[in-house]
Design a protein around this ligand. Structure first.
Ligand code: ACO
Length: 333
């Protein structure tokens, strides 16, 4: 069974309640139909019931009647969600009027439904920019205990099976946090190791990447990676992690042996943690394009409940796959 099939199989075994806030997007409705048909999750659509039913009819979608529909403008729990918003954002000066307006925004409502325990996860971003999906999630769902930063990992399925575990590697952060501090970089490494185990189903061997290997260069940017490696080891002594390593020393055995003799990771890494978002985002896109790798993600990690962001150019199957991944993540938290 390939990776996505096993992720779907796992989603089916313990169905989670996943919110799809963008019911005004045809791909989202088509994806909801497949998710219901394939028993991947219980779907909660946010939007006007009559409009969703009319769209379903027009698109020939027969299963959407099985989805729960929550209308942001009028639903039984609106007032209790507003009170929850006020409680969570009191210190930020949120007023009743602002909360009453925000709760009608499906991207805010989705996060409040999750925070209240009425759903397990969310997938959005087919119509909305990354920041608009993430901001309500950061504000209301927040991060896992001990983690202060959300980041995005990609499962990289390589054509060349010599790398990673039979061609499977995990890269992070490629999507969210532009310039992590050394503590945040350590958290990203630990979160990525956990994603690797939970979603990719392989034992992580984490390389903290830099332009230096074991002191070959001296620079404040290298110090950040050295310190992040130390902090990550302290945070999670059970995880195999090493740095700072150059990319070639991390993934090519002979180079790892010569540049970082004795390193348990050099030459064998299956998880690459990049020092900042510039390098991580550039690297995953280059590997995807130049090496024709399949890039699955971003899988957002570190959030107290899984909320994942789609690309606006996504296909129906991208949405279905990300819902299955989100369901797997929520089985873990
Ligand atoms: N993890 C957890 N919380 C965060 C994070 C984070 N990474 N970033 C911001 N926050 C919190 C802040 O602490 C703040 O919380 P508070 O209101 O309770 O105090 C809240 O979120 C808003 O913080 P801002 O600094 O105002 O965040 P902003 O909304 O400006 O930016 C964003 C957040 C949108 C994620 C920004 O970091 C960003 O644009 N990142 C890059 C996203 C991107 O473009 N990625 C590349 C494309 S994706 C791809 O190619 C696959």
């Amino acid at each position: 069974m390939n990776l996505l099939e096993s992720i779907k199989e796992k989603a089916r075994k313990n169905q989670q309640r996943i919110v799809l806030p963008e019911s005004d997007d045809e791909r989202t409705l088509q994806a909801a139909e497949i998710i219901i048909e394939e028993n991947l999750a219980q779907v909660i659509l946010l939007g006007n019931k009559e409009r969703i039913e009319a769209d379903a009819e027009r698109l020939g979608l027969k299963k959407l009647g099985k989805a729960e529909i929550v209308d942001p403008k009028s639903h039984a729990k609106k007032e209790s969600y507003i009170q929850l918003m006020l409680e969570l954002r009191k210190s930020k000066g949120l007023t009743y009027e602002e909360a009453s307006r925000l709760i009608e925004d499906p991207l805010y409502l989705g996060t409040l439904i999750i925070k209240a325990g009425d759903a397990d996860g969310e997938v959005a971003g087919a119509k909305n920019a990354t920041g608009d999906v993430l901001r309500p999630a950061f504000q209301y769902v927040k991060t896992l205990p001990g983690i202060s930063v959300v980041s995005g990992a990609f499962l990289m399925i390589l054509k060349d099976k010599e790398f990673g575990d039979d061609g499977l590697m995990v890269f992070a952060d490629c999507a969210v946090h532009p310039d992590p501090t050394e503590r945040e970089l350590a958290e990203i490494a630990v979160a990525t190791a956990r994603t690797t185990k939970a979603i990719a189903g392989i034992e992580p061997r984490v390389a903290m990447l830099s332009f230096s290997t074991k002191g070959s260069a001296k620079h404040a940017m290298v110090d950040k990676v050295v310190n992040a490696t130390r902090i990550a080891k302290e945070m999670a002594p059970d995880i195999q992690i090493d740095g700072e390593l150059q990319a070639d020393a991390a993934i090519i055995e002979a180079i790892g042996k010569s540049k970082a003799p004795g390193s348990p990771i050099a030459g064998k890494a299956n998880v690459l943690v990049f020092p900042d978002l510039q390098s991580g985002n550039i690297a995953y896109k280059l590997v995807q394009r130049l090496a024709h790798a399949e890039a699955v993600g971003p899988v957002l990690q570190g959030m107290a409940a899984p909320i994942n962001d789609l690309s606006r150019g996504c296909s129906v199957s991208d949405i279905v796959n990300l819902v299955a991944i989100t369901a797997n993540q929520s089985q873990k938290v």
